[in-house]
Design a protein around this ligand. Structure first.
Ligand SMILES: Nc1ncnc2c1ncn2[C@@H]1O[C@H](COP(=O)(O)OP(=O)(O)OP(=O)(O)O)[C@@H](O)[C@H]1O
Length: 230
């Protein structure tokens, strides 16, 4: 049977912002491969290009130069429709959870399922509830974000990211707004759920206390991947 080796494979990936004399290069010849189910942490100083790289891998920006493959599909030159399809296989967790304040925890998780037309509202509701149960918020499903703590909101964001059983989760400083205990709980939960679903994680963090969940740590400086820490 044909096996896809890597979930993400970047080769000589370059990226620029600005035009003409204002054009500046942000990423330089990035080579990176991520395996199925692997947890990779990316560290690096502010402005080194971490979020830019994450957004390219997530199909949220167009690839300008070099090759970037997601599940063996080339993103360079991919149509918008193709990028939308690819995004369905990816879960996103941001620093500030980005929950919709006028929706309950369940509805916030449910809408990411309802983007998939093949699922009934009833089924989406049941799956959203099961996922919230998995992140230990079964007793908070009808709460609005303003009624939840920072850690609980981030757990809703994890439930929303994982409910579609994505192949990859991209997490941009998921613990930045949390105290150390809540931050630890969040990454433990991400690790557990990802291992259960064989979902790879690429996580950007400045938080050195959570590096131990990583299978591999990569470091970026001035737009270049400089070393693999382990
Ligand atoms: N839309 C944009 N237009 C122009 N320059 C940008 C844009 N987005 C980011 N940059 C620049 O690209 C560089 C890399 O930014 P990026 O957000 O990827 O860094 P980062 O490593 O994620 O930083 P931080 O840790 O502070 O979030 C920075 O110099 C930033 O100013």
């Amino acid at each position: 049977m044909f096996m896809v080796d890597f979930i993400v494979s970047a080769k000589n990936l370059n990226h620029y912002f600005g035009k003409q004399i204002l054009k500046s290069q942000i990423l330089f010849n990035i080579n990176l491969q991520i395996k199925h189910g692997e947890i990779v942490t990316m560290t690096g100083p502010s402005g080194s290009g971490k979020t830019t790289l994450l957004s390219l891998i997530g199909g949220l920006r167009s690839v300008q130069k070099g090759s970037l493959k997601f599940l063996n599909q080339e993103l360079y030159g991919a149509s918008n429709d193709r990028l939308v399809q690819i995004r369905r296989h990816i879960g996103y967790i941001f620093q500030s959870h980005n929950l919709l304040n006028f929706l309950t925890a369940r509805q916030n998780v449910q809408i990411s399922l309802e983007l998939d037309n093949n699922i009934s509202k009833w089924e989406a509701q049941k799956k959203a509830e099961a996922m919230l149960d998995a992140v230990k918020l079964g007793n908070r499903i009808n709460y609005y974000p303003c009624e939840l703590s920072g850690g609980q909101k981030q757990r809703v964001a994890i439930a929303r990211a994982l409910v579609n059983h994505p192949k990859l989760v991209l997490a941009d400083e998921p613990t930045a707004a949390l105290d150390s205990k809540s931050g630890r709980d969040i990454v433990n939960l991400m690790q557990l759920l990802a291992k259960e679903q064989n979902c790879a994680i690429l996580m950007v963090t400045h938080d050195t206390r959570i590096l131990d969940i990583s299978d591999r740590i990569i470091h970026i400086e001035d737009g270049r991947l400089v070393k693999e820490v382990c």
